[in-house]
Design a protein around this ligand. Structure first.
Ligand SMILES: *[C@@H]1O[C@H](CO)[C@@H](O)[C@H](O)[C@H]1NC(C)=O
Ligand SMILES: *[C@@H]1O[C@H](CO)[C@@H](O)[C@H](O)[C@H]1NC(C)=O
Length: 394
């Protein structure tokens, strides 16, 4: 994904985490002078110190995690759904009328890191939405089974009916999304927009905030899939034929294998593979001859997901209103997007940061709710710090 991806990642990481880190530095002094608290849930990794400071309103209380979600949970052969939903604190009713009336569809493509996926999934899960999970066909059977088992616990979650062996920069990556779209349009859920994510993303916005953002005058009826006219440095991607070595890499076919011009004289754009698309646009993608021909033509291009959505979104007369996100202005979009999802989380490298972001997100979600909060929805509980009785009477 080259520069765009690189830029995106750095921005994402900053926006998602910098806030936490800065607060940490700011509040560190306060925390270190506070009395040590008794560990109640000793089995769970505690929140990092900077996080406790961020989440806690006063110095007298602190947050304790209520579960130590790990991948082992899903690997056991028996999964009792009703117990799992409670134990992992899934939100089981729509939290507002607004969200209920604007269901979202999600496409999540994954191939590893079961724990990370489970934590992403429970953060974005809402019963009115619909979720299509594309598990890489080359993932281990145990992994697929675990995801399948989790999905089977929810009526609005399913695995894509066709699963690809996904190759980086290959057509298979684009096909995975399209497979899910074909399934999603058949869902009884009347979703309004579809958002694609990968297993290492994590939301910054709550579902309510996403719904409001997508309905804002800036984005209502418009797709978020920023791009620019294909730069000359990227032209090789669509001017020469490529071959996908399934599950491995994409290679040019060599001299003499030039591609013809794109069908219907469309102008090729280049942008990110991440999007939020309106439902009518998805129907257009799946049904129109232009979209189908472009898909067929893209089969032997390099990284087609980085031109397909953007190019279709710029075809005059279909969905373009006055979208023009060009060049440097992309950055603004990427920044906006940043605050929707943070990217490239790995539980192994930054477990504390994810714990913290997860609790921060859930706290926000629950604070915004317009329905009574069920106690099981809390990921962590706020406890009083032990008073200084242990220091003995003065
Ligand atoms: C699942 O767990 C609940 C307790 O949370 C229990 O009442 C129920 O019988 C269990 N179901 C099965 C099939 O074991
Ligand atoms: C705890 O100790 C501090 C001084 O170390 C004191 O000011 C405070 O009143 C004590 N709090 C309680 C509840 O005893």
């Amino acid at each position: 994904m080259l520069q765009l991806e690189g830029t995106k990642c750095s921005f994402l990481f900053c926006l998602g985490i910098c806030v936490l880190i800065c607060s940490a530095i700011y509040l560190k002094a306060k925390i270190s002078s506070a009395p040590a608290a008794q560990q109640i849930f000793v089995s769970c990794r505690p929140f990092p110190q900077y996080c406790t400071a961020l989440l806690t309103r006063g110095e007298e209380t602190e947050w304790q995690r209520r579960d130590c979600l790990g991948e082992g949970y899903f690997l056991s052969s028996q999964l009792n759904c009703s117990r799992m939903v409670k134990e992992l604190h899934f939100i089981t009713s729509p939290l507002s009328r607004e969200e209920e009336e604007y269901p979202l569809a999600f496409i999540i493509t994954i191939h590893k890191e079961l724990e990370m996926f489970a934590r992403l999934f429970r953060a974005i899960y809402a019963p009115q939405n619909v979720y299509c999970i594309h598990v890489d066909d080359k993932s281990p059977l145990q992994y697929k089974t675990a995801v399948q088992r989790l999905a089977a616990c929810f009526p609005n979650v399913f695995l894509s009916s066709v699963s690809e062996k996904v190759t980086y920069a290959g057509f298979s990556r684009l096909k995975a999304d399209i497979n899910c779209m074909r399934d999603l349009v058949k869902s009884p859920v009347r979703w309004k927009r579809v958002i694609n994510l990968c297993g290492q993303d994590f939301p910054i916005k709550s579902n309510l905030e996403l719904v409001r953002y997508m309905q804002s005058s800036k984005w209502r009826d418009r797709n978020m899939t920023p791009g620019i006219k294909q730069p000359s440095s990227m032209r090789y991607r669509t001017q020469t034929q490529h071959r996908e070595i399934r599950g491995s890499h994409v290679a040019p076919r060599g001299k003499g294998h030039k591609k013809g011009p794109p069908p219907h004289k469309v102008q090729i754009y280049f942008g990110t593979a991440y999007y939020s698309l309106t439902r009518p646009f998805v129907d257009f993608v799946l049904q129109s001859q232009v979209a189908r021909d472009l898909l067929e033509w893209s089969k032997d291009t390099y990284s087609p997901d980085e031109h397909y959505w953007v190019t279709l979104n710029h075809i005059k007369g279909y969905y373009i209103r006055d979208i023009c996100i060009y060049g440097l202005e992309d950055l603004q979009w990427i920044i906006d997007k940043n605050s929707m999802f943070a990217n490239k989380f790995e539980t192994k490298t930054s477990p504390g940061a994810l714990d913290c972001l997860e609790q921060w997100h859930r706290q926000k979600v629950l604070q915004q709710a317009e329905v009574p909060i069920q106690p099981e929805w809390q990921l962590a509980i706020e406890t009083n710090k032990v008073p200084n009785a242990s220091r003995g009477p003065s």
